[in-house]
Design a protein around this ligand. Sequence first.
Ligand code: GDP
Length: 296
Amino acid sequence: MAFEGLADRLQETLRKIRGKGKVTEADVKEMMREVRLALLEADVNFKVVRDFVNRVKERAVGQEVLKSLTPGQQVIKVVNEELTALMGGENAKLAVSQRPPTVIMMVGLQGAGKTTTTGKLAKYLQKQNRNPLLVAADIYRPAAIKQLQVLGEQINVPVFSLGDKESPVVIAKKAIEQAKEQHNDYVLIDTAGRLHIDETLMNELNQIKEEVRPDEILLVVDAMTGQDAVNVAQSFNEQLNITGVILTKLDGDTRGGAALSVKAVTGQPIKFVGMGEKLDALEPFHPDRMASRILG
Ligand code: GDP
């Protein structure tokens, strides 16, 4: 299960302080040394760890906390609140355009789960009584178009494709025209992925962005790749100004570093998490629930 090591270690550390009737500054420091190690071991970005530990210490050694009737519990409350804030605080909602359709560009590196996640998002929207249109704009990987068509059939969502002869920009624009005619309120564009971030990929994505003016650019990253996922998110954000992240494969035994670092490093929230290969395995990301899950 994801976060297992981190959750075990943090819970054990916090257990020691929970019941204490008296907590000293030294107790807090000792606890935060262990928290720091647990976070580093979970592959959380070291700057993120340093800032987090400093924030908790600053608040936890405050008079109201240590002099309270339940200092141990107050310290844990501070850890919980700061962990929630670290992951973005509130659940970051999907954009809704005032003038439908809402256009979402799905971007990411090959293998991250972009195409599957695009299908999952369509299914999620369908459940919210929305009427999405999927757009096959990954024209370089021949199987990608077919993959999206198969997904669309499974969930009964239309898939717009012009094969692999037209440019992604033309495909996206024509898809949006069709969506307006056929009253699709969301357009999900499955863009090309590559093995690495390169200029060709970014140029193409930027061109689609300029021509299509999407309401959201969601980056799909694989939680199993830890800090790599965070680095990928940082690069995409610098070059494309993404509006949010979808973290996939959180059902695996990821240590959790990506989930805890993405918001702090990139400034962009995790909007959804992928919890399995099935098409209904997509959940809105709630930082407070995730923090409580980790802290037990
Ligand atoms: P793309 O190259 O980024 O479009 O990646 P795909 O959508 O083809 O997905 C790559 C693999 O990851 C497939 O085998 C998916 O079933 C799998 N995958 C995607 N999301 C998840 C997830 O949340 N959990 C798990 N376990 N597998 C996932």
